[in-house]
Design a protein around this ligand. Structure first.
Ligand code: CO8
Length: 258
């Protein structure tokens, strides 16, 4: 079905693996489009409650946008590449109301780190290396990296990473708050699945409301507190709210996802 992705769904968890290992899973145009389609399909599938995004092989999550594809682009083509990619993949992913966990299994560079940062949660294997090397190519991060890295680690550390084009190790990414957990590579998917399972115990509709509220606080011209009030109110009209509160009163575990 896809040329550059592997998709499996088990126990309401869709695992999307970017599968161009010989090119270190670099994001060419086709892969970006396929990721859009796979994420959209997972989001629309009522049998999917969490998405795990990872890279194939033991070396790379995603080594960036495909440099060979944009090397001779003009100013207009470069701008269009960035705006189209942001719209169909990076902003799209961030606003998906199905939670996405990036399982960073190796190099996450440039567009690869930007993809992990657009995901809702990041975990990394101990061999992973993260960086935004764009200025070493004469370009800047164009898939939201200048914004999301500063949000996640603060402006000072983000500036250092962007200006030096250097890579940081997983343990530094952990202490900087760029990733939530670091585990050995052979435990990475198990850890991602463990977090996914905990998420799946909870109300999917409430989690969607939470994602919209959190994202609102990072959207220009939108008051996150107002959106939170609105989304909070909406929860009261859902079957999940009825089930969650009834289960509490009946002293049983809520069953949100059958
Ligand atoms: N694009 C295309 N091909 C790549 C990329 C990439 N980003 N990264 C690696 N590859 C290819 C290599 O060309 C090589 O292919 P081949 O065997 O055909 O020559 C293969 O993958 C294996 O790579 P290496 O031989 O280089 O492997 P090493 O172990 O020696 O090095 C590195 C691994 C350090 C990860 C190295 O491959 C590297 O530095 N890669 C480039 C990293 C990079 O600069 N990424 C940022 C790209 S720019 C970007 O992402 C911009 C995002 C915003 C764009 C907005 C629109 C323009």
């Amino acid at each position: 079905m896809y040329n550059n992705l592997l998709v499996t769904t088990e126990n309401q968890i869709a695992t999307i693996t970017i599968n161009r290992p010989k090119q270190l899973n670099a994001l060419n145009k086709e892969t970006i489009e396929e990721l859009h389609n796979a994420l959209k399909a997972a989001d629309e599938d009522s049998n999917v409650g969490v998405v795990i995004l990872t890279g194939s092989g033991e070396k790379a999550f995603v080594a960036g946008a495909d440099i060979k594809e944009f090397a001779d682009f003009s100013i207009a083509e470069g701008g269009k590449l960035a705006s189209n990619g942001q719209e169909i993949l990076f902003t799209f992913l961030e606003n998906l109301t199905t939670p996405v966990i990036a399982a960073v299994n190796g190099f996450a560079l440039g567009g690869g780190l930007e993809l992990a940062m657009a995901s809702h949660i990041r975990i990394a294997s101990s061999n992973a290396r993260m960086g935004l090397p764009e200025v070493s190519l004469g370009v800047i991060p164009g898939y939201g990296g200048t914004q999301r890295l500063a949000q996640l680690v603060g402006r000072g550390k983000a500036n250092e990473m962007v200006f030096t084009a250097g890579m940081i190790k997983s343990d530094d990414a952990l202490s900087w708050g760029l990733v939530n957990h670091v585990v050995e590579l052979d435990e990475l998917l198990a850890k991602a699945n463990e977090i996914a399972s905990k998420i799946l115990n909870n109300s999917g509709t409430a989690i969607a409301c939470a994602i919209r509220s959190v994202n609102a606080g990072f959207t220009d011209g939108v008051n996150g507190y107002d959106v939170e009030v609105e989304e909070f109110g909406k929860c009261f009209g859902t079957a999940d709210f009825k089930e969650g509160t009834t289960a509490f009163v009946e002293k049983r575990k809520a069953n949100f996802r059958n």
